[in-house]
Design a protein around this ligand. Structure first.
Ligand SMILES: Cc1c2[nH]c(c1CCC(=O)O)Cc1[nH]c(c(CCC(=O)O)c1C)Cc1[nH]c(c(CCC(=O)O)c1C)Cc1[nH]c(c(C)c1CCC(=O)O)C2
Length: 358
């Protein structure tokens, strides 16, 4: 369960008051470990997600950023020209030492009692921040770049895909046992545009793109994350999450990832039907149910688990925990989940049939 947009824990808010800079909170090993462990200590989930941000690796490729309380992520110099793309550097993992150190410490601390998750942003989603300079409702700068400066955008996405692949491998070598790829804003694209501008950089095949070779000799290939990770760390499950992915499910199937995150606008049973048996799913309780009376939340968890069926489902919210969510509702979510029993939920299905994905 993620708390990115939520910051719902009083303990986190108190720590954030003492350390008001997001960059400090997410780049100081002691703070990262402490914040990561807050929900683990409080709720004992099966998965512990590193406290970080999808934008954290940006300074290590030459793009400084900040996260302001009022505006969210801010990139001081948005990247929109060929020259700016050329100035990007290969990812300097030494600059991200705090991520590696934290993952190592967390693996020790968790001691096999939960799975430690790392995460990255997909190239398209990271590029929305790098090009727009921050959050946007319209994505007009980056969307128009697909037509006005396609080679510049391809160069940027290829650079990001390569950097993100290196960063995933670094997280895995440091102790991450599962990686979630957030293409949070992939759902802002018409599906055929997502196929062209996001999927190739995630997918399990390399897509030669020679049209820009005179501009970006190093990025002849659309760098694909999944193909590289599946080759170098075949044992690490990959989860792909796209916010608003109802229009994309069939198109996400052949990316090569192991699990597809569903947001709550997709009916779980429909989602499973559309995706077929070959792929696992994660989700998809509407985070707003955590504001409802607890028995309503209980029923909704049961409904989602039943609709997902007995195999290959990671129960989760359909997105992060919302701001101001009552902590007792989060505790209730985990209590209910722990009390679920396969034999009563899925009569006729035997527990041996279950194949955990992580
Ligand atoms: C798109 C995206 C971002 N960051 C992330 C995504 C993908 C997930 C999604 O689809 O929402 C991922 C993220 N960001 C953060 C986490 C940590 C997960 C956890 O602790 O459980 C994760 C998984 C910390 C954070 N990242 C951020 C916060 C809030 C700032 C703070 O606590 O000071 C946290 C805890 C800031 C951030 N960073 C980003 C946004 C949109 C914001 C929120 C801005 C706002 O609401 O003001 C970019």
């Amino acid at each position: 369960m993620m708390r990115q947009a939520g910051r719902y824990m009083a303990e986190y808010q108190a720590l954030a008051k003492r350390h008001p800079s997001f960059r400090e909170r997410s780049e100081n090993t002691d703070l990262i470990v402490e914040i990561t462990l807050q929900p683990w200590r409080a709720f004992r989930p099966d998965g512990v997600i590193l406290f970080s941000d999808i934008l954290t690796p940006l300074p290590a490729i030459g793009v400084p950023f900040d996260i302001s309380d009022s505006k969210g992520p801010v990139i001081q110099s948005p990247v929109r020209s060929e020259d700016q793309v050329r100035e990007l550097v290969p990812i300097d993992l030494d600059m991200l030492h705090f991520v590696g150190e934290s993952l190592k410490l967390l693996r020790n601390e968790i001691d096999g009692k939960a799975t430690l998750l790392g995460f990255v942003g997909a190239p398209w989603t990271i590029a929305t921040y790098v090009v727009e300079g921050g959050m946007t409702n319209t994505y007009t700068n980056i969307k128009s770049m697909c037509h006005t400066a396609p080679n510049v955008l391809r160069g940027l996405l290829s650079h990001l895909a390569q950097a993100i692949s290196d960063y995933i491998i670094y997280q895995v070598n440091s102790g991450a046992q599962c990686i979630q790829i957030f293409d949070s804003w992939g759902g802002q694209l018409p599906p055929h545009v997502w196929e062209q501008w996001s999927k190739p950089y995630i997918k399990q095949v390399t897509v030669p793109d020679f049209s820009c070779s005179h501009l970006f000799p190093i990025s002849l290939m659309a760098w694909s994350i999944v193909s590289r990770i599946k080759k170098e760390c075949p044992h690490v499950p990959l989860v792909l999450y796209i916010n608003g992915n109802g229009g994309l499910l069939e198109r996400m199937k052949d990316t090569g990832v192991d699990v597809i995150g569903l947001d709550w606008t997709v009916d779980m049973a429909d989602g499973r039907r559309r995706l077929g048996n070959g792929i696992s799913v994660q989700g998809n309780v509407d985070p707003a149910f955590l504001f409802s009376p607890l028995p309503v939340l209980t029923d909704e968890i049961h409904r989602v688990v039943k609709s997902a069926g007995p195999k290959g489902h990671i129960l989760n919210l359909g997105h992060g925990v919302l701001q101001k969510t009552p902590e007792e509702a989060v505790a209730h979510f985990f209590d209910v989940t722990r009390s679920l029993r396969y034999d009563t939920l899925f009569q006729g299905s035997v527990a041996e049939e279950l194949q955990p994905v992580a």
